[in-house]
Design a binder for this molecule. Structure first.
Ligand code: ADP
Ligand code: MG
Length: 678
């Protein structure tokens, strides 16, 4: 049986499969498959006028073609026109290439001109058989994003077919006039086939009004889709958990401090969410050390005082365990029954924990994602708290959703999300922000020190520890190999033990058994260890206020978010805190830029914004993007104003123009929409 082509014109199954790889499964997708760049093939340059570094097209005849073997196997072709001679070089070629370049045959070649050993040449030019009478295109030639085995010529033809039909606008003309945006049809046609007088630089920088229109539509589609899934959530029902002020009040009363106004505000938002009959999906963001844990504990207590169970999930065992050790005693004092589930727990302990949880004898379960990946189940799960949510993959969070009936969810993140990102990718969540640190913190001083001055740094560590302080020594991140990373940590530990014999030194890394890790962390917490050598496992959440000095080795290898997180482990008490970033020269340009940012800035939001500038949004939001419509045309830094208008317009469309909403989402997301809504 032959599958029907998803396109309105014939496309071979092999080609259709390649198009599908690019996400192109219907005519409308091809229409929106816009060029990456354009090439000017509208005129021919005589060989004599070619300049190195320039991209040009020549019309020439083959004089000679041969396979050379030195310095490596390659096809070299000598071309000539009336004005001069040009070499072509192909490092990858098929025997058919050699046959094609018969002496006397006439070709058009397009590529970058380089000054070669024997005169000017082009390496891997694009070429086509053509003579003087072959007409030149009247327009710039689009170059499309493509995939292996799908040539530009084929793609161009298919896109051209898709453009034969008229393109209807999804937005009314008077809206566009207000937004000062051009109509869709002319924008799309212009980008596929820019007229010759169109400034290429403006097109390429994507500031051209046609690009702005596309970026706007894309952002609008994203806003509509996220806002829709948010509205769908509003239609889901769950058990409301009103504030009874029993456990929560008792808890705040026993805290040694008052909540900051920022914490109080966030807590009020959460507390009133819980009282609604719809599942909460709230992101609590706040810089490292801003005090999110207390707010999370209050959230759990409100669920528990309503007779529900709560789960408190952290991305690493160290962190999950720390939460458990720190909160369980405080909460048990209030009569809350706590348990702990971890992947590395003894089987018998874990089984016992699960038994108690599913029998409803536990009110609050702490753990890693093991909480949701194992067969165990809750009796009446009403709330899930996910700490450091950006560290979890989408799959893990989905698994969580399928346990129990739509519990409320509080996600926490110390990787502050710049406003534009929050507005776009997180538009389906409610966001609370703790935007100030608790009082009494002394700012952290950051120092950049070359690794050549390691001895001075050792001296400083010795002094700080002998004066009663504690220190973290963070070992370098070795991305290529976990084994090597472990080795490095052990070597660093051995070296420091030898160099600083008067200090009590501990080592913690990801490969330790849970109990061992816990023992080391507890000893550090109790100040039985002065210097803690650690891998980046301590990056998230670890809280030892007496530790005021941190040394980070090979800081140039680490990302901004990671450096900021690590640095946030100090500066938690009233001691003057210092973070020393040791770097090894030479430092790449990107690493230099990162070190400059972390040296100059302490505000996590500002650092995240710089990170976004340096890396783009893809990496910053991590796994979050899978399943969500990614932005192809819009740029969150450049197009903030567009994003804001798109957000406003999305609300208006959803409330008053379901027809426009449906058409717009269908055009942009089509089949991908199902994913976005989940
Ligand atoms: P994070 O937001 O990074 O998770 P934590 O919740 O670990 O921060 O809090 C950091 C430290 O600040 C903890 O030692 C906590 O006890 C303390 N803390 C939290 N809230 C306050 C407050 N309102 N006043 C003083 N200290 C606070
Ligand atoms: Mg935390």
């Amino acid at each position: 049986m032959k599958a029907a082509s998803p396109f309105s014109f014939p496309v071979s199954p092999a080609t259709a499969a390649k198009l599908a790889k690019l996400g192109l499964t219907r005519d409308a997708d091809l229409v929106l498959h816009l060029p990456l760049r354009w090439e000017d093939e509208t005129h021919i340059t005589p060989i004599r006028d070619l300049l190195p570094g320039q991209s040009a097209q020549v019309q020439a005849v083959v004089r000679d073609a041969k396979v050379a073997y030195r310095p490596r196997r390659m096809l070299t072709v000598t071309m000539e026109d009336a004005s001069g001679v040009l070499g072509l070089r192909f490092l990858n070629f098929y025997p058919s290439h050699l046959k094609l370049f018969q002496p006397g045959e006439s070709f058009r070649c397009m590529g970058e001109v380089r000054g070669g050993f024997l005169g000017l040449e082009m390496v891997h030019p694009r070429f086509a058989k053509a003579d003087e009478s072959t007409p030149l295109p009247a327009q710039l030639t689009p170059v499309y994003p493509t995939t292996a085995g799908l040539g530009q010529a084929t793609l161009r033809k298919l896109v051209a077919r898709s453009l034969e039909a008229p393109i209807s606008d999804t937005l009314p003309a008077d809206w566009l006039a207000k937004l000062k945006l051009p109509d869709l049809e002319s924008s799309i046609r212009l980008l596929h086939q820019p007229p010759l007088d169109c400034a290429l630089s403006e097109l390429e920088s994507r500031r051209h009004p046609a690009w702005q229109r596309l970026a706007f539509d894309e952002l609008l589609a994203q806003q509509l889709s996220l806002a829709t899934s948010r509205r769908q959530r509003q239609s889901l029902r769950t058990t409301p958990l009103p504030a009874k002020q029993q456990l929560t009040t008792a808890f705040t009363r026993q805290l040694p401090f008052d909540l900051t106004p920022a914490q109080t505000h966030a807590w009020q938002e959460i507390s009133s969410d819980l009282n609604r009959p719809h599942p909460m999906r709230r992101l609590l963001q706040g810089d490292v050390g801003s005090g999110k844990t207390v707010v999370a504990a209050l959230t759990c207590l409100q669920a528990i005082e309503n007779g529900q169970q709560a789960a408190f999930m952290a991305p690493t065992e160290i962190l999950a365990e720390q939460h458990f050790r720190k909160l369980a005693p405080q909460l048990s004092a209030l009569g809350v029954r706590c348990a702990w589930v971890s992947g590395s727990q003894k089987k018998s302990e874990r089984t016992a924990a699960w038994q108690a949880i599913s029998a409803g004898e536990i009110d609050l379960a702490f753990g890693t994602h093991a909480l949701f990946q194992e067969a165990g189940s809750f009796d009446r799960l009403g709330l899930v708290v996910v700490d450091e949510q950006h560290r979890f993959g989408v799959g893990q969070r989905l698994a969580l959703m399928h346990k129990g009936t739509e519990p409320h969810q509080l996600m926490m993140s110390a990787t502050p999300i710049p406003r534009t990102l929050a507005m776009s990718f997180f538009a389906d969540l409610d966001v609370s922000t703790i935007d100030s640190l608790p009082p009494g913190r002394t700012p952290i001083m950051t120092k950049l020190v070359s690794a050549a001055r390691r001895d001075d740094v050792l001296e400083r560590v010795r002094e700080a520890c002998l004066a009663g302080g504690q220190t973290y020594w963070v070992c370098p991140l070795i991305e290529e190999s976990e084994k090597l990373q472990l080795q490095t940590a052990q070597d660093t530990y051995a070296a420091l033990v030898a160099q600083l014999p008067e200090l009590r030194i501990g080592l913690v890394h990801g490969r330790l058994k849970s109990a061992e890790k816990q023992a080391v962390m507890a000893a550090f917490q109790a100040h039985q260890i002065d210097l803690l050598v650690a891998t980046t496992v301590i990056e998230v959440g670890v809280d030892v206020p007496n530790a005021a000095l941190m040394i980070i080795e090979h800081a140039e290898r680490m990302g901004l978010a990671q450096l900021h997180q690590l640095r946030g482990r100090v500066g938690r008490g009233s001691r003057e805190s210092v973070c020393v970033l040791l770097y090894q020269t030479p430092v790449s340009e990107l690493a230099r830029a990162r070190l400059k940012v972390i040296f100059e800035l302490t505000d996590g939001f500002e650092i995240a914004r710089q990170d976004l500038l340096l890396r783009g949004p893809g990496e910053l939001i991590g796994h979050r993007q899978s399943g969500l419509p990614m932005l192809r045309f819009a740029d969150l830094e450049r197009d903030v104003a567009l994003l804001e208008s798109a957000r406003d317009l999305a609300q208006r469309c959803l409330s008053h123009h379901p027809d426009i909403t449906a058409r717009h989402v269908e055009r942009w997301l089509g089949s991908r929409q199902a994913l976005a809504g989940s």
